[in-house]
Design a protein around this ligand. Structure first.
Ligand SMILES: *Cc1c(COP(=O)(O)O)cnc(C)c1O
Length: 278
């Protein structure tokens, strides 16, 4: 998103203000007379922060602005922002909807056939951002198993978050399913389950994080998410210089494997980094 703003939108004369979306007062304060849209992504990348969608939609409505939600991490199985008052929902189909890490795609859903929606569709058609028939076929095929995959992945993620949360080498786990997580209460209200994405900060800084990621034998170190296979990513090095991700943070996209296989791999890698430390 930040790259899009900097490289494209700003050049088109679009002004963007970024706000901590867990701070409702800060969002309301950031609204200006020319604000046309409030954009939210919940749970967010990579800190898995939870935004109160209904409250943000209210702020947008009062400001006469549209409210859009990037629902990629939650999927419609867990969270339905249109029901919470949003005007627009976006999903990267590359992730859970496709679900098998073999297709790129995206979808924008509008609550109404508004003028905005018609204009967006016209831009897509005229601009040529249309998916190929094969990509559509892959995504439709993936979506047939979406509810089952997502629920199973959430169950795995909950078990992994609990294991990491109790490990001496782990400084902090970011997962709204943990009762101690700042996003837990809102997530419990607006999500059916807590998702299958989680991040954690390890003790010993970036070198320990890299050592841990490289010590895994079953979980590949890779960037995408939402597929059947568990993936780990060192966010700061993927984002580069301007990254705001802590350098000791690792992000996990929890897959569909047997939970013991995922837990065992994490535990043996943790053991290597923090010998005798668990
Ligand atoms: C991956 C991702 C995107 C971008 O999707 P692509 O299909 O890779 O372009 C947008 N939002 C979120 C939350 C994502 O995880």
């Amino acid at each position: 998103m930040r790259n899009l703003h900097r490289e494209l939108f700003t050049r088109w004369g679009l002004a963007v203000t970024t706000v901590d979306m867990t701070d409702l007062d800060a969002i309301a304060d950031a609204v200006r007379p020319n604000t046309r849209m409030i954009w939210t992504e919940t749970p967010s990348n990579p800190l898995v922060k939870v935004t109160d969608i209904a409250a943000v939609a209210d702020i947008a409505r009062n400001a006469g602005a549209l409210c859009a939600c990037d629902n990629t991490w939650a999927t419609p199985v867990l969270q339905r922002p249109l029901e919470l008052g949003c005007d627009l929902v976006m999903h990267s189909c590359t992730k859970y909807l496709g679900g098998h890490s073999d297709v790129l795609g995206g979808v924008l859903v509008s609550a109404t056939d508004s003028e905005y929606c018609q204009r967006t569709r016209a831009i897509q058609e005229e601009g040529g951002a249309v998916p190929s028939p094969f990509d559509c076929w892959l995504i439709l095929r993936g979506m047939q198993t979406l509810p089952l995959r997502v629920r199973a992945q959430c169950d795995n993620a909950a078990a992994i978050a609990a294991m990491l949360d109790g490990h001496a080498g782990v400084e902090r786990v970011f997962y709204p399913g943990l009762a101690s997580d700042p996003g837990h209460r809102i997530a419990a209200q607006q999500m059916d389950r807590f998702g299958a994405m989680l991040s954690f900060c390890v003790k010993g800084g970036e070198s320990a994080a890299m050592k841990l990621a490289n010590g895994l034998t079953f979980i590949p170190h890779a960037t995408s998410l939402g597929g059947t296979h568990t993936l780990i990513e060192h966010r700061a090095s993927v984002e580069g210089e301007a990254s705001m991700a802590p350098d000791n943070l690792l992000r996990l996209s929890v897959g569909l494997e047997h939970v013991d296989d995922i837990v065992d791999d994490l535990q043996q890698a943790l053991e290597r980094v923090y010998q005798g430390g668990s």
